[in-house]
Design a protein around this ligand. Structure first.
Ligand code: TEU
Ligand code: CA
Length: 576
């Protein structure tokens, strides 16, 4: 492993940054309508500044019928009234900047809302100038329009059902990889791309500092010369074909990302931060997407580790094997060690909360939360903290389907029941484990009514454990999960080895202990994490070199010992 060159010391700012994701609907409500909003976010910036994060990623706040909670946009240059106004946005951005933080917007351009004027025009007639802005195709040959299987391809939507809907007005089908109210844009059309680049430049001119790009690796579809699209393989027990091989990391994706970079990001004094959400992306793909020399994106969100407890699908839950997790993270650390850069996340608005998923949200909630945080934040890459993760908020543990709001969860429940794939109890159990709503319950600010999120009726229920788990109880408590996150984030800001050090996995076959070393210019950190609720021995190769090392951070009040870990213990030792 080459010694870090001078270049390393001028690594991009985001290699030592920590990003905080805000899901506006559930963050803080300022006007009592039960829905979080921009003024609510502004009222909580002290919390984020105290935490020490560098960047705020805002999930969508644009005008939207909210069919998929804002990821279905009807006007890219307007704020949805439920979140506030453009003036509220400008005030929030100015406040964020005045506190030395940056703000990144969510760019949702694989699809729009079906209420976006572009789609309203496109569906209005076969020869509308915007017809080719979306994917319209005729009924499958020799099939009756609207009949099961008559769709142009057999692809399933991510939200259950087919990925095509017949539009009676013109008798053609349109493609929607997500809900039928999220028609996919046709990026083959240069007018579509030009419009999107102009919209992005509009937000950058307004002062935003970058974009998180929603399912950006789905924008290039594998369309054949004759304009047709291939069917997908129908996996065992599946109702539809798997289209992902035909739209995931498609043939023109690199071309589009490089064009976007030229048209939107190139030549700016301060390079905007760009992170591409890319379900199904591989390490080799990611090296190409994040190689600075290729000018595509700074980093990607990959999904391998959040699929390790998936069986046939995400709702078929299997226990995590720690060796699988280490194998996956180890491959991504090694694969992007020389070229490219990793993002690091456990939680976001699409994943159940990690302390309930890979930790223990009962007896050892705080210890398992801080151990998981330590292991993640000490890897090489940019960490993302999802709202509430810094408080060790847990899954919702809903017991009734009536409590759920997420279109993916509700559609899955309805489809599985309708096709007799499972009974209500089994489905409710899998939703309790994996539903996206687990991440979307309101942030727990204090022990007052509705956890201080709203003075009204929240759009989704507050987790009843808010009296015990809330920000107010943790801000001034040096032993709290919140205070531990502050220390972890501070470590990345003050220790170059954390941001830029090489990564070496240890104990790859150990099913209980996660262990690795980070090293930079003679400084070495040993990171240990116990993924179980039982004490575990640690047998390190050449353990003696760590005798006399200094404990940099640990999640027990008294420093432990390198050769044995207490339940859910995390330790970070430094030498040199
Ligand atoms: O998510 C894309 C995506 O991969 C998720 O749908 C994921 O597969 C699933 O939720 C895991 O269960 C992005 C956004 O993050 C998500 O909120 C949107 O629903 C989706 O795109 C469509 O915009
Ligand atoms: Ca509100």
């Amino acid at each position: 492993m080459t010694e870090p060159t001078a270049a390393a010391v001028v690594a991009p700012w985001w290699t030592s940054a920590v990003v905080y994701q805000v899901y506006p609907r559930s963050f803080a409500d300022s006007n009592g309508d039960g829905i979080g909003d921009l003024r609510g976010i502004a009222s909580k910036l002290d919390h984020l500044q105290l935490l020490g994060v560098d960047v705020i990623w805002l999930s969508p706040v644009y005008a939207s019928p909210q069919d998929d909670a804002g990821y279905d946009i009807s006007d890219y240059r307007a704020i949805d009234p439920s979140f506030g106004t453009l003036e509220d946005f400008d005030a929030l951005l100015a406040d964020v900047h005045s506190r030395g933080m940056k703000l990144v917007m969510d760019l949702v351009v694989n699809h729009t809302s079906d209420e976006h004027p572009w789609f309203v025009e496109s569906r209005s007639s076969l020869d509308n100038p915007k017809r080719d802005w979306y994917w319209w195709r005729p009924t499958r040959p020799h099939m009756e329009p609207g009949a099961p299987g008559a769709e142009p391809t057999n692809w399933g939507s991510a939200f259950s059902g087919p990925a095509w809907d017949l539009d009676p007005l013109t008798g053609e089908y349109y493609l929607h990889l997500f809900s039928r109210k999220q028609p996919d844009l046709n990026w083959e059309n240069p007018q579509v791309r030009a419009e999107i680049y102009a919209m992005m430049r509009w937000w950058l001119a307004r002062g935003v500092d970058g974009f998180r790009m929603d399912v950006i690796n789905f924008i290039s579809k594998a369309v054949r010369a004759d304009g047709s699209l291939p069917d997908g393989i129908v996996h065992d027990g599946a109702l539809y074909g798997d289209g992902q091989p035909h739209f995931g990391c498609g043939p023109r994706l690199h071309e589009y990302l490089q064009e976007m970079h030229r048209e939107v990001f190139a030549g700016r004094d301060v390079a905007p931060l760009t992170v591409g959400e890319m379900p199904g992306v591989t390490v080799d793909d990611a090296v190409l997407f994040t190689d600075p020399a290729r000018a595509e994106v700074d980093m990607v969100f990959q999904f391998e580790h959040v699929g390790l407890d998936h069986g046939a699908g995400k709702f078929d839950v299997h226990p995590l094997r720690l060796t699988d997790l280490k194998a996956s993270f180890g491959r991504w650390q090694a694969g992007l060690a020389e070229v490219g850069w990793n993002s690091l996340y456990w939680d976001n608005h699409d994943q159940p909360r990690i302390v309930s998923r890979f930790g223990d949200d009962g007896e050892h909630r705080e210890l398992s939360a801080t151990m998981l945080a330590t292991v993640l934040h000490l890897h090489r890459g940019t960490p993302y903290v999802y709202q509430g993760e810094e408080l060790a908020m847990t899954n919702a543990h809903f017991t009734s389907i009536d409590s759920y709001r997420d279109i993916e969860s509700l559609n899955h429940y309805a489809e599985a029941l309708a096709h007799g794939q499972a009974n209500e109890d089994t489905l409710l159990a899998s939703l309790r484990a994996m539903s996206r709503d687990n991440a979307r319950t309101p942030v727990q600010w204090d022990a007052t009514a509705q956890a201080g999120f709203t003075t009204g009726e929240p759009w989704i229920a507050v987790n009843p454990n808010y009296r015990e788990i809330n920000a107010a109880a943790q801000h001034d408590d040096p032993g709290s999960v919140f205070s531990f996150y502050r220390r972890l984030i501070e470590l990345r800001h003050t220790e170059p080895v954390v941001a830029l050090g090489d990564f070496t996995m240890l104990l790859a076959d150990d099913e209980a202990v996660y262990a690795f070393v980070r090293s930079l210019e003679g400084t070495e950190l040993l990171v240990l994490g116990n993924f179980t609720g039982a004490a575990q021995p640690v047998t390190l190769p050449n353990a003696q070199v760590w005798a006399g090392a200094e404990l940099v951070i640990g999640n027990y009040s008294d420093p432990g010992v390198v050769d044995s870990l207490r339940p859910w213990e995390a330790q970070v030792w430094r030498r040199g």
